[in-house]
Ligand binder design. Sequence first.
Ligand SMILES: NC(=O)c1ccc[n+]([C@@H]2O[C@H](COP(=O)([O-])OP(=O)(O)OC[C@H]3O[C@@H](n4cnc5c(N)ncnc54)[C@H](O)[C@@H]3O)[C@@H](O)[C@H]2O)c1
Length: 251
Amino acid sequence: MQVEGRTILVAGGSSGLGAACVRRLAARGARVVIADVDPAGERLSAELGDRAVFSPTDVTDEASVAHAVGLAVDRFGGLSGAVACAGILGPEKLLAREGVPSGANFRRVIEVNLVGTFHVVRLAADAMRAQPPGDDGERGVIVTTSSIACEEGQAGQAAYAASKGGVASMTLPIARELARHGIRIVSVAPGVFETPMIAALPPEARRSLAEQVPFPSRLGEPDEFAALVEHVFENRMLNGSVIRLDGAMRM
Ligand SMILES: NC(=O)c1ccc[n+]([C@@H]2O[C@H](COP(=O)([O-])OP(=O)(O)OC[C@H]3O[C@@H](n4cnc5c(N)ncnc54)[C@H](O)[C@@H]3O)[C@@H](O)[C@H]2O)c1
């Protein structure tokens, strides 16, 4: 599917990898719905003019996601693509120095990263199946964001790794189910990218992460993620897989 003239919802589009997708897809002529809890998406949408609209969205709240999907249909006449980027890190040790943390943080990370992605996928797919079929009967494309932590999570990342493992694992069954509607789904598992999520780490930790990338030995640029997302939209044979984007990094 060429993105020009298509409407694409980007959950988590106010910042980092999602914002890079918003910019690249809009530059290629797509109309973009920025769905995020962070109102910074309002400024990004204003910058892009009538190619974009911001919908304040909490992905853990089905009604809020449904509203963003409805806005795509009402404003732009349908929905052909969705990129699920909303996510949080929520690091927490299993055994704290004093006592054992409750399951609240674990539940929250699963709720945002995994259940939130599920809401975006299913509600976007429901709108996509109403689209007229294009070449090969294609109606829509969904890209989710896993992480290399789904296979190589670090200490303190039990919740994050579990959530991203879930995002990766659901890719194939969803691809199989949505095939008859002409909807593809692919998950991208990034290594470490230069975004506000990573900027929050101490400089020494960021330097050490960059050094662990064999080549190129640096953090990924958000637009390199967005370029892969664009390619997934365009390449109809990509379906049901999880693609690592990590410069050969193994954490
Ligand atoms: N940056 C990396 O190195 C890296 C690596 C692997 C995976 N990822 C994943 O990529 C995705 C994007 O991360 P990023 O690095 O751009 O981080 P980021 O913090 O810059 O962006 C995340 C966005 O998600 C939004 N968000 C958080 N909770 C939300 C909710 N409940 N509802 C709606 N929006 C919500 C935030 O407001 C923010 O705009 C995340 O899922 C993250 O886990 C990032």
